[in-house]
Design a protein around this ligand. Structure first.
Ligand code: NAI
Ligand code: MG
Length: 532
């Protein structure tokens, strides 16, 4: 339904949209943003791309078909390089390697301490290569270099050390039972894990997937996103340098409909983990059900409420709400994309949110001080602009932005809508871009009801200085994460996942281990009643 409506909106001519804007007293692209190209002379990244093949059984190899596909620089739309394009045959080769490594290889059989040491050595190597990894990530994805180098890659390293620490602390229980039995549980790895990741946080998603799987002794076939295949290949080369045996982690670059669905349907894959859109998550679950009923964890979309209460410090709330939405070009599953503001502070909040968005520094993500780079590709760029048109058409007030930023690449002006009603598409669908939507509320019961009226339930933000309000909202909101007076806190130890259609299961923290373990109950009779 939503998709059909969007299609219709995208058919409006720009003249029609301009007339809608004029009739409401706006011009298109509100604000004094630069209209020249923001990347006439893109910074040349210092890193040399060397890893472009598939990684199967510890070796870089071409696709069986010999095919390759280009990966693009979202600053310009230019080709960075071509990478091997894996499909079903390559997935078969990778799964066979992972199967052999699990059934016969050293990884599940070595001591957990030794596994832990390899993962720790990997973390040390990552630390030495932060500059290259961050450059690749920025080049392939378009995110600010500083964010990659100072936030995400340190987060990746922290997560590997966190799970390295768990490897030798995974153990079962001794279970007291009625009758003369000794009962214990063994926590065993599941086998071959198939993992599929998206393009918005390529290395973090890679870490969240492989960290717990490897720590528990599983082997893995991971498909990267076709838009960002490069950084995981570089990192996996380092993991082999750290001593990972061949076949334990295999990387397939390729497309969802070919390589992705082959992995989901494979009869020799014992578990699937997926992050991406809710629509594709449904397909992944379906393919798992139709093949060997492998268990599936899903991290999907969101439309997370960010609630600013009447007692909030407005300046801090404005800054945090801005960060909650605009971080990573708005391409976050947890983006605080429904900003609810109490009526008593609403006007002040809207004015300050607009001013903050107008100050946001958009440009070449390699340049210091740039807060916002380009969107990942033309498809996302157009999807976002279609939603902006829909917001204007449905009567929300465009406070600023709304247009392409510059004339090249996939940059979007930081955009703020106020006066947003819950039934508008921009308040219901995941826009996945730099578009903040602000609505007014009167009391807590009302905002709880409205915040929970969504098919999603990934995260929520609460801004208040009142502990009772915070406690009430933390319990009432249907979301896998509730952040109080903060947002986007992704420490390795904090569990992450969604209520409702935002997903199944939890990743990270101790909860993340459960996805990669199965429990075996071992029962044997006790022979000597004297000691019972
Ligand atoms: P997507 O969900 O289609 O892609 C994510 C991953 O799934 C990619 O690796 C892709 O190759 C793979 N995939 C696609 N079709 C598949 C299939 N049939 N079987 C197995 N794997 C498959 O997302 P896409 O098209 O890149 O973005 C569309 C929208 O999804 C975005 O606008 C955003 O709303 C949402 N999204 C949410 C993310 C999140 O973090 N929750 C991440 C990326 C996108
Ligand atoms: Mg790219």
């Amino acid at each position: 339904m939503a998709a059909r409506k969007l299609l219709l909106l995208s058919q409006y001519s720009s003249a029609h949209l301009r007339s809608i804007g004029r009739s409401r007293g706006w011009t298109r692209g509100i604000g004094s943003y630069s209209s020249s190209s923001v990347v006439d002379e893109p910074v040349t990244p210092s890193v040399k791309i060397t890893d472009t093949q598939l990684l199967i059984n510890g070796k870089f190899v071409d696709a069986a078909s010999g095919k390759t596909f280009p990966t693009l620089d979202p600053r310009t739309g230019d080709v960075i390089t071509h990478v091997a394009e894996g499909d079903a045959e390559d997935v078969n080769r990778a799964v066979a390697a992972a199967r052999k490594a699990f059934d016969e290889g050293p990884w599940p059989r070595m001591t957990a301490y030794e596994r832990s040491r390899i993962l720790l050595r990997f973390a040390d190597l990552l630390e030495k290569h932060i500059d290259d990894l961050a450059a690749i990530e920025t080049w392939d994805n378009g995110k600010p270099y500083k964010q990659a180098a100072e936030d995400e890659i340190p987060g990746f390293i922290r997560l590997m050390r966190y799970y390295a620490g768990w490897a030798d602390k995974i153990h079962g229980l001794t279970v007291p039972v009625d009758g003369k039995y000794h009962v214990q549980t063994l926590h065993e790895p599941i086998g071959v894990a198939g993992q599929i990741i998206p393009w918005n946080f390529p290395l973090l998603m890679f870490a969240w997937k492989i960290g717990p799987a490897l720590a528990c002794g599983n082997t893995v076939v991971l498909k990267t996103a076709e838009l960002t295949p490069l950084s995981a290949l570089y990192a996996t080369r380092l993991l082999h340098e750290a001593g990972l045996p061949p076949g334990v982690l295999n990387i397939i670059s390729g497309f969802g409909r070919t390589a992705g669905s082959a992995l989901c349907s494979h009869m020799d894959v014992n578990k699937l983990a997926f992050t991406g859109s809710t629509e594709t998550g449904r397909t992944v679950l379906d393919l798992a059900a139709k093949s060997n009923l492998k268990p599936v964890t899903l991290e999907l979309g969101g439309k997370s409420p960010f609630i600013v209460c009447e007692d909030a410090d407005i300046d801090k709330a404005v800054e945090l709400a801005h960060f909650a939405l605009f971080f990573n070009q708005g391409q976050c599953c947890v983006a605080g994309s429904r900003t609810f503001v109490h009526e008593s502070v609403y006007d002040e909040f809207v004015e300050k949110a607009r001013a903050r968005a107008m100050k946001r520094v958009v440009g070449d993500p390699f340049k210091p001080g740039v807060e916002q780079g380009p969107q990942i590709d033309i498809k996302q760029f157009e999807k976002i602009r279609t939603y902006i048109k829909s917001g204007i058409e449905s009567g929300a007030t465009l406070e600023c932005g709304g247009e392409q930023y510059g004339s090249k690449g996939f940059f979007v002006q930081p955009t703020v809508f106020s006066n947003v009603q819950d039934n508008m598409l921009i308040a219901k669908d995941e826009i996945f871009g730099p578009v903040q939507t602000i609505s007014k509320f009167k009391d807590l019961d009302e905002v709880i009801r409205r915040a929970n009226k969504s098919r999603y339930g990934l995260a929520a933000g609460v801004f208040t200085q009142n502990i009772d309000t915070a406690n009430t909202l933390a319990r009432a909101l249907q979301a896998g994460s509730v952040c109080i007076n903060c947002y986007h806190v992704f420490d390795a130890a904090i569990p992450f996942g969604g209520y409702k259609m935002s997903g199944i299961g939890r990743e990270k923290g101790v909860y993340g281990l459960n996805n990669y373990l199965q429990v075996k109950a071992v029962v044997n009779p006790l022979k000597n009643p004297a000691w019972l």
